[in-house]
Design a protein around this ligand. Structure first.
Ligand SMILES: [Zn+2]
Length: 294
């Protein structure tokens, strides 16, 4: 399973461009490949084994300072159930999901595993293949989170995002009694991806990086950001026609649902800073925003 341990007094020695060794008590020097530069000062070292049996070592070190120039740009970010990051300027970044080919291979492997005898060598090999597929997917999500958080912090002086309620999001995809969730099966899969990859991870990386370069991050109350019309401020759950479409029952304003939400999130964030002005008035009236300063 997932094993891990920590070493406090770290001795590391780099012997090639991409290779270093670390002294592990009772084991000796262990070589490892450098996936990123070693920090100047290695605090503690943490060893973890991932799902497919690979060991990783990571060092505690302060987040390196990000260099950026003021851009004068502010942004609201909607983290959607459809595994997409939607910005108030209309751009959208999709979190990686399995390719159809990988999903098919996974289904085939799962079926094979179900047929195989418990504890047999063949079954162990199948389990290992399944774990490798999942691990590759996890690596991709991690890359996506690193790249997206760097980009968002580099481009914006202020970032407003939702104080995410993962539990609520999972519940909403299952649907309610009156309004059963559409594509529940498909969404259940997406939800698994999201809870694993964790929008919370993305939020944390944005905050970590923002804190090194003075970018302000404001977490706003997610309540009603998806039900409020960004054009007129009218609040009605029925305005959200579908996962993707928003049509205001008050003024008829139609928009992409996630962009409408991102604009509301931005407005709520600006309202906190007092830079609201025009934008603040059209945002959700929940001023109970949580400002966790950068
Ligand atoms: Zn409206």
């Amino acid at each position: 399973m997932h094993e891990s341990f920590t070493i406090r007094d770290v001795s590391v020695h780099r012997f090639a461009r991409r290779w270093a060794a670390i002294l592990v008590p009772k084991v000796g020097w262990v070589r490892f490949r450098l996936s990123r530069p070693l920090p100047d000062q290695c605090g503690m070292a943490r060893f973890t084994m991932d799902r497919c049996g690979r060991w990783h070592v990571s060092f505690t070190a302060p987040q390196p300072v990000m260099l950026r120039a003021l851009t004068g740009t502010v942004v609201g970010i909607d983290l959607g159930v459809a595994a997409a990051v939607t910005l108030s300027d209309g751009r959208q970044f999709r979190a990686p999901v399995m390719t159809p080919g990988e999903a098919q291979r996974l289904r085939r492997l799962e079926r094979r595993k179900a047929r195989q005898q418990k504890r047999s060598n063949r079954r162990e090999r199948t389990k290992h293949s399944i774990a490798r597929l999942h691990a590759r997917q996890a690596d991709r999500r991690k890359d996506f989170i690193e790249q997206t958080s760097t980009r968002l912090v580099r481009e914006h002086d202020l970032i407003a995002l939702e104080n995410l309620n993962v539990r609520g999001m999972l519940a909403s995809a299952r649907g309610t009694v009156e309004q059963p969730g559409t594509n529940v099966r498909q969404k259940a899969g997406l939800n698994r991806a999201i809870s694993q990859q964790g929008w919370s991870m993305l939020r944390r990386r944005i905050k970590d990086k923002a804190a090194t370069c003075g970018v302000r991050v404001i977490a706003v109350d997610p309540c009603r950001t998806s039900q409020t019309c960004n054009a007129c401020g009218h609040v009605d759950p029925a305005s959200r026609e579908s996962q993707a479409r928003f049509r205001c029952t008050g003024c008829g304003h139609a928009a992409h649902a996630d962009i409408n939400a991102a604009l509301n999130i931005l407005a709520a964030g600006l309202a906190v800073t007092g830079r609201g002005g025009t934008a603040g008035s059209s945002g959700p009236d929940e001023a109970s925003t949580l400002a966790d300063a950068a």
